[in-house]
Design a protein around this ligand. Sequence first.
Ligand SMILES: NC(=O)c1ccc[n+]([C@@H]2O[C@H](COP(=O)([O-])OP(=O)(O)OC[C@H]3O[C@@H](n4cnc5c(N)ncnc54)[C@H](O)[C@@H]3O)[C@@H](O)[C@H]2O)c1
Length: 219
Amino acid sequence: MTPLRTGIVGAGVMGMAHAAAISELGEFELAGLCDVDHEKVEAAAAKIGVPAFTDHTELVRADRLDAVLIATPHYFHPTVVEHAFANGVHVMCEKPIAVHVRDAQRMIDAHAGSGVQFGVMFQMRTNPLFRTVHELVASGALGELQRTSWIITNWYRPQAYYDMGGWRGTWKGEGGGVLINQCPHQLDLMQWICGMPVRVRAHCRLGARHDIEVEDDVT
Ligand SMILES: NC(=O)c1ccc[n+]([C@@H]2O[C@H](COP(=O)([O-])OP(=O)(O)OC[C@H]3O[C@@H](n4cnc5c(N)ncnc54)[C@H](O)[C@@H]3O)[C@@H](O)[C@H]2O)c1
Protein backbone atom coordinates (compact mmCIF):
# COMPACT_ATOMS: atom_id res chain seq x y z
CA MET A 1 0.00 0.00 0.00
CA THR A 2 1.36 3.45 -0.94
CA PRO A 3 1.60 5.58 2.21
CA LEU A 4 -0.82 8.49 2.46
CA ARG A 5 1.21 11.71 2.21
CA THR A 6 -0.15 13.68 5.14
CA GLY A 7 0.46 17.24 6.29
CA ILE A 8 -0.33 18.57 9.74
CA VAL A 9 -1.69 22.06 10.37
CA GLY A 10 -1.14 23.21 13.95
CA ALA A 11 2.10 22.10 15.60
CA GLY A 12 0.85 22.36 19.17
CA VAL A 13 0.00 19.68 21.72
CA MET A 14 -2.28 17.62 19.48
CA GLY A 15 -0.51 18.31 16.20
CA MET A 16 2.75 16.97 17.60
CA ALA A 17 1.02 14.00 19.20
CA HIS A 18 -0.43 13.15 15.78
CA ALA A 19 2.98 13.65 14.17
CA ALA A 20 4.49 11.13 16.58
CA ALA A 21 1.65 8.65 15.98
CA ILE A 22 1.82 9.02 12.20
CA SER A 23 5.56 8.39 12.14
CA GLU A 24 4.94 4.95 13.65
CA LEU A 25 2.33 3.94 11.09
CA GLY A 26 3.41 2.49 7.76
CA GLU A 27 0.18 3.69 6.10
CA PHE A 28 1.22 7.34 6.45
CA GLU A 29 4.11 9.50 5.37
CA LEU A 30 4.44 12.83 7.14
CA ALA A 31 4.87 15.36 4.33
CA GLY A 32 5.09 18.64 6.25
CA LEU A 33 4.15 20.67 9.31
CA CYS A 34 2.40 24.03 9.33
CA ASP A 35 1.94 26.53 12.14
CA VAL A 36 1.50 30.29 12.23
CA ASP A 37 4.21 30.37 14.89
CA HIS A 38 7.31 30.46 12.71
CA GLU A 39 9.88 29.54 15.37
CA LYS A 40 7.78 26.72 16.75
CA VAL A 41 7.15 25.08 13.40
CA GLU A 42 10.75 25.45 12.20
CA ALA A 43 12.03 23.75 15.36
CA ALA A 44 9.40 21.00 15.33
CA ALA A 45 9.78 20.26 11.62
CA ALA A 46 13.59 20.18 11.84
CA LYS A 47 13.36 17.66 14.66
CA ILE A 48 11.34 15.22 12.57
CA GLY A 49 12.97 16.08 9.27
CA VAL A 50 10.00 17.43 7.31
CA PRO A 51 9.43 20.81 5.60
CA ALA A 52 7.94 23.64 7.68
CA PHE A 53 5.20 26.04 6.54
CA THR A 54 3.50 29.01 8.16
CA ASP A 55 0.52 29.06 5.79
CA HIS A 56 -1.73 26.02 5.29
CA THR A 57 -2.32 26.92 1.63
CA GLU A 58 1.44 26.61 1.00
CA LEU A 59 1.55 23.23 2.71
CA VAL A 60 -1.24 21.99 0.45
CA ARG A 61 0.32 23.55 -2.65
CA ALA A 62 3.97 22.69 -1.95
CA ASP A 63 3.94 18.99 -2.57
CA ARG A 64 1.46 16.39 -3.64
CA LEU A 65 -0.53 15.98 -0.44
CA ASP A 66 -3.07 13.20 -0.05
CA ALA A 67 -4.40 14.23 3.33
CA VAL A 68 -4.24 16.94 5.92
CA LEU A 69 -4.70 16.63 9.65
CA ILE A 70 -5.95 19.83 11.27
CA ALA A 71 -5.06 20.59 14.88
CA THR A 72 -5.45 24.36 15.14
CA PRO A 73 -7.67 26.22 17.60
CA HIS A 74 -11.36 25.81 16.72
CA TYR A 75 -12.09 28.99 14.77
CA PHE A 76 -9.53 28.06 12.07
CA HIS A 77 -11.01 24.62 11.34
CA PRO A 78 -13.55 25.75 8.67
CA THR A 79 -11.06 27.73 6.55
CA VAL A 80 -8.41 25.01 6.50
CA VAL A 81 -10.93 22.21 5.92
CA GLU A 82 -12.70 23.96 3.05
CA HIS A 83 -9.41 24.84 1.39
CA ALA A 84 -8.36 21.17 1.55
CA PHE A 85 -11.64 20.02 0.00
CA ALA A 86 -11.24 22.57 -2.81
CA ASN A 87 -7.81 21.09 -3.52
CA GLY A 88 -8.85 17.43 -3.48
CA VAL A 89 -7.12 16.66 -0.18
CA HIS A 90 -8.59 14.24 2.40
CA VAL A 91 -9.23 15.76 5.83
CA MET A 92 -9.05 14.61 9.42
CA CYS A 93 -10.00 17.57 11.59
CA GLU A 94 -9.72 17.79 15.34
CA LYS A 95 -12.93 18.23 17.25
CA PRO A 96 -15.01 20.32 17.40
CA ILE A 97 -15.76 20.50 13.69
CA ALA A 98 -16.43 24.25 14.14
CA VAL A 99 -17.64 26.71 16.74
CA HIS A 100 -20.77 27.82 14.87
CA VAL A 101 -23.43 25.50 13.46
CA ARG A 102 -23.57 27.49 10.22
CA ASP A 103 -19.82 26.95 9.68
CA ALA A 104 -20.19 23.22 10.38
CA GLN A 105 -23.07 22.98 7.89
CA ARG A 106 -21.08 24.86 5.24
CA MET A 107 -18.18 22.43 5.73
CA ILE A 108 -20.49 19.44 5.39
CA ASP A 109 -22.01 20.96 2.24
CA ALA A 110 -18.53 21.67 0.84
CA HIS A 111 -17.55 18.06 1.48
CA ALA A 112 -20.50 16.69 -0.51
CA GLY A 113 -19.26 15.97 -4.02
CA SER A 114 -15.64 16.84 -3.18
CA GLY A 115 -14.62 13.21 -3.69
CA VAL A 116 -12.38 13.20 -0.61
CA GLN A 117 -12.77 11.66 2.82
CA PHE A 118 -13.70 13.85 5.80
CA GLY A 119 -13.38 12.80 9.41
CA VAL A 120 -13.59 14.61 12.73
CA MET A 121 -11.43 13.27 15.55
CA PHE A 122 -13.67 11.32 17.90
CA GLN A 123 -11.08 8.80 19.02
CA MET A 124 -13.12 7.76 22.05
CA ARG A 125 -15.13 5.56 19.69
CA THR A 126 -12.06 3.36 19.32
CA ASN A 127 -11.86 2.75 23.08
CA PRO A 128 -12.65 -0.96 23.68
CA LEU A 129 -14.85 -0.05 26.66
CA PHE A 130 -17.16 2.18 24.61
CA ARG A 131 -17.07 -0.16 21.61
CA THR A 132 -18.28 -2.96 23.85
CA VAL A 133 -21.07 -0.85 25.32
CA HIS A 134 -22.07 0.24 21.82
CA GLU A 135 -22.19 -3.36 20.60
CA LEU A 136 -24.14 -4.43 23.69
CA VAL A 137 -26.81 -1.78 23.19
CA ALA A 138 -26.94 -2.19 19.39
CA SER A 139 -27.34 -5.96 19.70
CA GLY A 140 -30.54 -5.50 21.71
CA ALA A 141 -29.16 -7.66 24.53
CA LEU A 142 -30.25 -4.99 27.01
CA GLY A 143 -33.65 -4.51 25.42
CA GLU A 144 -34.94 -1.05 24.56
CA LEU A 145 -33.23 1.72 26.53
CA GLN A 146 -35.69 3.56 28.71
CA ARG A 147 -33.40 6.02 30.39
CA THR A 148 -29.68 6.79 30.37
CA SER A 149 -27.49 8.76 32.69
CA TRP A 150 -24.00 9.86 31.57
CA ILE A 151 -21.86 11.59 34.15
CA ILE A 152 -18.31 12.68 33.37
CA THR A 153 -16.03 14.09 36.01
CA ASN A 154 -12.62 12.77 34.95
CA TRP A 155 -12.12 15.26 32.10
CA TYR A 156 -11.61 18.06 34.60
CA ARG A 157 -8.95 20.56 33.55
CA PRO A 158 -6.92 22.50 36.14
CA GLN A 159 -6.41 26.25 35.91
CA ALA A 160 -2.89 25.59 34.55
CA TYR A 161 -4.49 24.09 31.43
CA TYR A 162 -6.40 27.30 30.71
CA ASP A 163 -3.32 29.40 31.42
CA MET A 164 -1.23 27.34 28.95
CA GLY A 165 -2.35 29.05 25.74
CA GLY A 166 -3.95 32.39 25.00
CA TRP A 167 -6.90 30.94 23.09
CA ARG A 168 -8.10 28.50 25.79
CA GLY A 169 -11.08 29.37 27.96
CA THR A 170 -12.00 32.48 25.97
CA TRP A 171 -14.98 33.33 23.77
CA LYS A 172 -12.74 34.96 21.20
CA GLY A 173 -10.12 32.21 20.98
CA GLU A 174 -12.04 29.04 21.72
CA GLY A 175 -15.68 29.96 21.21
CA GLY A 176 -16.72 28.41 24.51
CA GLY A 177 -15.39 26.24 27.29
CA VAL A 178 -15.94 22.67 28.40
CA LEU A 179 -19.05 22.29 26.21
CA ILE A 180 -17.14 23.05 23.00
CA ASN A 181 -13.83 21.42 23.95
CA GLN A 182 -14.12 18.37 26.23
CA CYS A 183 -17.86 17.59 26.01
CA PRO A 184 -17.96 16.84 22.27
CA HIS A 185 -16.37 13.45 23.03
CA GLN A 186 -19.06 12.66 25.60
CA LEU A 187 -21.93 13.98 23.51
CA ASP A 188 -20.66 11.97 20.55
CA LEU A 189 -20.38 8.76 22.59
CA MET A 190 -23.76 9.26 24.20
CA GLN A 191 -25.63 9.75 20.92
CA TRP A 192 -23.59 6.97 19.25
CA ILE A 193 -24.53 4.49 21.96
CA CYS A 194 -27.94 5.76 23.09
CA GLY A 195 -29.28 7.52 19.99
CA MET A 196 -30.21 11.14 19.35
CA PRO A 197 -32.27 12.94 21.97
CA VAL A 198 -35.78 14.16 21.17
CA ARG A 199 -35.45 17.26 23.31
CA VAL A 200 -32.55 18.86 25.17
CA ARG A 201 -32.56 21.02 28.27
CA ALA A 202 -29.23 22.19 29.60
CA HIS A 203 -27.60 24.68 31.85
CA CYS A 204 -24.05 25.93 32.03
CA ARG A 205 -22.15 27.94 34.59
CA LEU A 206 -19.54 30.39 33.37
CA GLY A 207 -16.23 30.39 35.23
CA ALA A 208 -17.73 28.44 38.13
CA ARG A 209 -14.54 26.61 39.09
CA HIS A 210 -11.81 28.44 37.18
CA ASP A 211 -10.70 31.94 36.43
CA ILE A 212 -12.13 31.84 32.89
CA GLU A 213 -14.96 33.68 31.12
CA VAL A 214 -16.56 30.64 29.46
CA GLU A 215 -18.56 27.69 30.80
CA ASP A 216 -16.71 25.11 32.94
CA ASP A 217 -19.68 23.26 34.41
CA VAL A 218 -22.47 21.84 32.27
CA THR A 219 -25.51 19.76 33.14
N1 LIG B 1 -9.07 14.72 20.21
C1 LIG B 1 -8.73 15.13 21.42
O1 LIG B 1 -8.90 14.41 22.42
C2 LIG B 1 -8.13 16.49 21.59
C3 LIG B 1 -7.35 16.80 22.72
C4 LIG B 1 -6.82 18.09 22.82
C5 LIG B 1 -7.09 19.04 21.84
N2 LIG B 1 -7.87 18.70 20.77
C6 LIG B 1 -8.18 19.67 19.72
O2 LIG B 1 -7.00 19.89 18.96
C7 LIG B 1 -6.99 21.23 18.48
C8 LIG B 1 -5.67 21.88 18.90
O3 LIG B 1 -5.55 21.83 20.31
P1 LIG B 1 -4.11 21.88 21.02
O4 LIG B 1 -4.36 21.51 22.43
O5 LIG B 1 -3.14 21.10 20.21
O6 LIG B 1 -3.79 23.44 20.91
P2 LIG B 1 -2.34 24.14 20.93
O7 LIG B 1 -2.58 25.55 21.32
O8 LIG B 1 -1.38 23.33 21.72
O9 LIG B 1 -1.89 24.07 19.40
C9 LIG B 1 -2.55 24.78 18.39
C10 LIG B 1 -1.47 25.25 17.39
O10 LIG B 1 -2.14 25.80 16.24
C11 LIG B 1 -1.37 26.92 15.82
N3 LIG B 1 -2.23 27.75 14.96
C12 LIG B 1 -3.13 28.70 15.33
N4 LIG B 1 -3.76 29.18 14.25
C13 LIG B 1 -3.24 28.53 13.17
C14 LIG B 1 -3.46 28.61 11.77
N5 LIG B 1 -4.39 29.42 11.26
N6 LIG B 1 -2.73 27.82 10.96
C15 LIG B 1 -1.78 26.99 11.46
N7 LIG B 1 -1.52 26.87 12.79
C16 LIG B 1 -2.25 27.63 13.62
C17 LIG B 1 -0.89 27.58 17.11
O11 LIG B 1 0.23 28.42 16.89
C18 LIG B 1 -0.56 26.35 17.96
O12 LIG B 1 0.80 25.95 17.82
C19 LIG B 1 -8.25 21.89 19.03
O13 LIG B 1 -9.27 21.78 18.07
C20 LIG B 1 -8.59 21.04 20.24
O14 LIG B 1 -9.97 21.06 20.59
C21 LIG B 1 -8.36 17.44 20.63
